[in-house]
Write a protein that binds this ligand. Structure first.
Ligand code: AMP
Length: 299
């Protein structure tokens, strides 16, 4: 099964207590696509500028990501700069330079329009909705958002929420979006906006999935070193939706298993900067960590 993803491709500059990198491959759609590519075919809709190197395109292609929907526009690729302090759960955005992202209008190639699984990664919510208008009745639509859009286009975020079956969002952003400090109350408020399920990503504290009649909580994989948390949320979504697309089922049991695959992919992502760890990852390592997760939560 194929997954259609729309989101950002970026050059990230990141500082964490473990080091500093400048203009490395990043972006919500990049992390999602590579993580999901371990499970299903991925069709990428995004934009890059003239400065985007062939080396990164080759990487996507090696992982089997379909780039027919990737636009290259005159100008520079989107750039984002962030910094993490000793509390690795807290991120400070130092700069966001939209560049070609500012004029991006997603166009869904004809072959992509029947995609059954859609992921609306971090991108302006108006563009998320434009994508949905171009696809024919997907089986499952999962979406994300971030502080940048909650602050800049709140009404758009709420409208795009209505069109999602499942929303993934991080703890800080769900509080910002709902005005609730209690996570269960915040999740219920998100459900009242439209989605059937909400997954709150809690960094080193794991993830919480809530539907009208079900609640599921998982810890994060206990790593000794979290090198760089950037992209963990999108890698989580890649493992989550990748697993669902591969298994073609969305019942409660499958959703729970998908949350574990999401957590596994996020745990690999944070072991190194950029997409470096996902680059060297093998499917047998994913399976092994999935087994370790089972042990971790068995009692
Ligand atoms: P995550 O850590 O999963 O929330 O996502 C991090 C990625 O989001 C980084 O690689 C950034 O390039 C990307 N990003 C940062 N700001 C934005 C934005 N305003 N729109 C879309 N993507 C963004």
């Amino acid at each position: 099964m194929s997954i259609l993803v729309v989101g950002s491709i970026a050059f990230d500059s990141v500082e964490t207590p473990f080091g500093k990198v400048k203009e490395v491959l990043g972006g919500s759609a990049s992390y999602f696509s590579i993580a999901a590519s371990f499970f299903a075919n991925v069709r990428l809709v995004a934009v890059v500028g003239e400065d985007f190197p062939q080396e990164h395109l080759d990487f996507f292609q090696e992982k089997g990501v379909d780039l027919q929907g990737l636009q290259r526009l005159p100008g520079l690729t989107f750039r984002w700069e962030g910094k993490y302090g000793q509390n690795i759960n807290e991120r400070q955005t130092l700069s966001t330079c939209l560049n070609v992202f500012e004029v991006f209008q997603p166009e869904i190639p004809e072959q992509y329009r029947s995609s059954q699984y859609v992921f609306l990664a971090n991108i302006d919510p108006d563009l998320q909705l434009k994508v949905l208008k171009q696809v024919n009745a997907p089986k499952l639509t999962v979406g994300d958002t971030m502080n940048f859009y909650i602050e800049g286009n709140l009404s758009g975020v709420k409208e795009s929420l209505r069109a999602m079956d499942i929303m993934t969002i991080n703890e800080e952003e769900v509080k910002q979006l709902t005005g609730e400090t209690n996570l269960v109350r915040a999740a219920k408020k998100i459900l009242s906006f439209g989605p059937k399920t909400v997954i709150i990503k809690r960094g080193e504290y794991g993830a919480l999935m809530l539907s009208r009649d079900s609640i599921f909580s998982v810890p994060a994989y206990p790593l000794e070193t979290v090198c760089d948390p950037t992209g963990a949320g999108d890698s989580f979504a890649g493992g989550f939706l990748g697993y669902l697309a591969r298994n073609r089922k969305c019942d409660d049991k499958s959703l729970r298993k998908a949350v574990i695959f999401g957590s596994v992919m996020a745990s690999f992502c944070v072991e190194d900067f950029s997409l470096n760890r996902l680059k060297s990852l093998s499917y047998s390592e994913i399976e092994k960590r999935f087994g370790e997760f089972k042990e971790l939560t068995k009692f």
